[in-house]
Design a protein around this ligand. Structure first.
Ligand code: ASP
Ligand code: MG
Length: 444
């Protein structure tokens, strides 16, 4: 713990600084390799200097996917050594490239130079290896969090080392419940802990911490859901009443579609929290859906900027009014369409729906779209083999259930005739729904 600095002057200074605090979030692509981390350092020097700065870092590139794979193998009792060696080798190589071989490094990792305080890259990798070695059968989701959280710890340590910044393990500060892989934040506790734990350190310079991770009251690591680092940045900003949050991405800002999927995208220079929350909800991958609410509550603007062109204007998401926006195209893959029919051809009733919703909640499946007819009820869900099996087991007796997997849910927000025509042409629509602003369909 930090020594308790005395004197009113300290607190005044800390408060004034916190008032102009910036939070920067760097996602996986912006820390994918040594060059990307050097670019990050240049952005911090150019754009982040002169004011207190908290940096929230995601795992490098595809590290989280790799950790999921390693975890899956370890949990199933299969051999994961090759993949673990790759992940270890990769982080060490980046560490060496950025910071040199490590003066007098004596441990087998030879990367002691990548260290802040007592924590080194080697010690983190060693504890990951040890954690995997202690894998037990069962408790899949809980153990997942203990392993998959390492991506952020490793990446943030590398970034802190390169910047010569303070490295903060945020797990004791971001307090969640025990909803493994989707920890729900205990806001009052987190706010107190973040203010006490981060505030004083910001006075001394740049602080680097992790996205995506937190811990329970008893100190067991949790994660906040895939792509949850944006949300972490918003949690910190909310608790510290930051002046702004900037998410540095590989795109020019908030676009009306993912340029990797749709041609001719346009950038929204300015957009309201409300619109963005809806886009994120429908699956626009640019921002994690939980990110906007804490920021909107405290009126903290969110900038989305390109780490490839940091001087470009990007997008500002804040409390604003704007006219009708260009249609936004959102694609959510990996969907599954499940239909329930009552076995006796009875109409779908409130009682039946209550049972179905109860089972969905129990299996922790989220509905992206739903529709009912006289004798059947359909839901479009993110496909998850385990959870779907659990759902089927719960409802099989009462309902005839059919499902299709490998589907895509398309959404057009602020649609018009042209955009609908453009997106539906040549596609078979398994389910379709429209409201005044939103057109959605599920397709193979
Ligand atoms: N590294 C985590 C993930 O890939 C969290 C994040 O990137 O926001 O899901
Ligand atoms: Mg990521």
């Amino acid at each position: 713990m930090d020594a308790h600095p005395g004197g009113a002057g300290f607190y005044l200074c800390a408060m004034q600084q916190a008032a102009s605090l910036q939070v920067y979030k760097f996602g996986g692509a912006s820390v994918r390799d040594a060059d990307a981390i050097r670019n990050l350092a240049a952005i911090v020097r150019t754009h982040g200097a002169g004011r207190p700065l908290l940096i929230v870092v995601s795992a490098m590139g595809k590290t989280t996917n790799a950790l999921e794979e390693i975890f899956g193998l370890a949990h199933a009792g299969h051999d994961y050594q090759t993949l673990l060696a790759q992940l270890t080798g990769f982080h060490l190589a980046v560490g060496r490239e950025l910071l040199g071989p490590g003066a007098g490094a004596s441990d087998e990792y030879g990367a002691l130079a990548v260290a802040v305080g007592d924590t080194s890259l080697g010690s983190l990798l060693e504890s990951l290896r040890e954690r995997l070695g202690r894998m037990r059968p069962g408790e899949y989701d809980r153990q997942y969090d203990q392993v998959v959280s390492y991506g952020e710890l490793l990446a943030s340590l590398l970034v802190a080392s390169v910047l010569g910044a303070d490295w903060l393990d945020c797990r004791p500060l971001i307090r969640t419940d025990r909803s493994w892989r989707e920890g729900r934040v205990d806001w009052p506790t987190t706010e107190r802990a973040v203010q006490g734990g981060v505030g004083p350190r910001l006075v001394r310079g740049v602080v680097v911490t992790q996205g995506f991770v937190g811990s329970t009251a008893s100190g067991v690591t949790t994660t906040l859901g895939r792509e949850g680092s944006d949300y972490s940045a918003a949690i910190f900003a909310y608790c510290l009443k930051a002046e702004s949050v900037t998410i540095w991405k590989d795109v020019a800002g908030l676009l009306n579609a993912d340029p990797k999927i749709f041609p001719n995208t346009i950038r929204y220079p300015e957009i309201s929290y409300q619109e963005t929350i809806e886009m994120a909800y429908y699956g626009a991958s640019v921002i994690h859906p939980k990110t906007l609410k804490p920021l909107a509550e405290r009126g903290i603007p969110l900038y989305v900027k390109s780490f490839l062109d940091p001087a470009a204007p990007g997008t500002v998401i804040h409390d604003c009014r704007h006219g009708l926006l260009a249609p936004a195209f959102i694609r959510k893959t990996g969907q599954c369409l499940v239909s329930f029919e009552s076995k006796d051809f009875a109409f779908i009733s409130e009682e039946n729906l209550e049972v179905i919703f109860g089972a969905l909640a129990q299996a922790r499946l989220k509905i992206n779209l739903m529709q009912n007819s006289a004798i059947s009820f359909s839901v479009c869900l993110d496909y998850n083999e385990r959870r779907l099996a659990e759902l089927l087991a719960l409802l099989r007796e009462q309902f005839a259930i059919h499902y299709n997997t490998d589907l895509t849910l398309f959404t057009i927000k602020n649609y018009d005739a042209t955009s609908v025509q453009q997106l539906t042409a040549g596609r078979q629509l398994l389910l379709e729904q429209r409201t005044r602003q939103t057109f959605q369909f599920v397709s193979a």
